[in-house]
Ligand binder design. Sequence first.
Ligand code: MG
Length: 371
Amino acid sequence: MNITNVSVSHLPGQRYPWVFLHIDTDAGIRGLGQVSSGPHSALVAAAAARLGPLLIGEDPSRIEYIWHKLYSGFNSLGSQGFVSALISGVDIALWDIRGKELGLPIYQLLGGKFHDRLQLYSNGWFGGCSTPQEFAQAAAKTVADGHTAIKLDPFTRGHRYLSRYAAPYPPEDDQYAVDIVAAIREAIGPGIEIFIDAHGRFDVATAIRLANRLAPHRIGWFEEPVPPENWDALHQFRERSDVPVCVGERLYTRWQFRPVLEQRLAEYIMPDIIRTGGISEMKKIATLAEAFFVPISPHDATGPVNFMAASQTMLSCPNFFRLEIAYSELAVYQTVVEPPFDVREGYCYVSDRPGLGHELREDYLAKAIAY
Ligand SMILES: [Mg+2]
């Protein structure tokens, strides 16, 4: 079997357009992938649409070889971040082709089912909330739907997207965040996990102050306290704060996770499968973390193929902890994929159909912008 074509669908998403990659073969099998989506969606779509000359004529079953061909091919520019996102789309589509060729779901090609189902944690459940009471009510409803862990960024009072990197947060707004988390904890009781997302945007002193103010409300993890470029900053945070740490949605490939694990910088890691290098890389990062007894909990907030690929991979991983779901996006996912995802009462039941187990609906694909 040989690759005959590579194409891209730039389609309406929830917050940003989603970028899907399609690989066609001379056997008539088509693979589906997704490249990281965000403010950069149009740019990665344009780049992904031009990968054909590097891939056409290759045997799609040579997944490791093609991964390395792309990684080394871009190495003089740096192959992590933008390039690893492109590789992610290709890698996921190649695994989809391989599964379809063999008639097996991808998890069967990764060692089989370690878990019977995947426990989720919910993000994006707080749309429209601004007062602590509103957050508390929305959290209680999410828990009533069966979720046992919820995530939020409570540092949103006009500061959600700061213009500065490694920025301070106005101390006069601390209490607003504390009040939100306290109200949520009171509403949902002690047994539900609350994960706090700092979105990697604070300076060290700010991150320490905010984490320690929230710690009395039992924080399951404090995510990306500081930007990822400076591990010394995370060391400082860990020396002076009382919360578990999770990092990884802005880390790319096994090589960027190695220092986090070796230097004991996080209790949890959260690679994003459409950024870090696809299914192949996610499995390797999971195994690397397993050697350090660190659980893996994929970042999974930007699109349906992200969710499909991570769930297929995590089903085979012993150190899987929880899979993120952008709960407010699930309704959108269900209108664009077939068959719909089987998500019930806080769990994902992973498809046992060949490949990723789901396709994008034709009526949705018809809305794509051409590249
Ligand atoms: Mg995050």
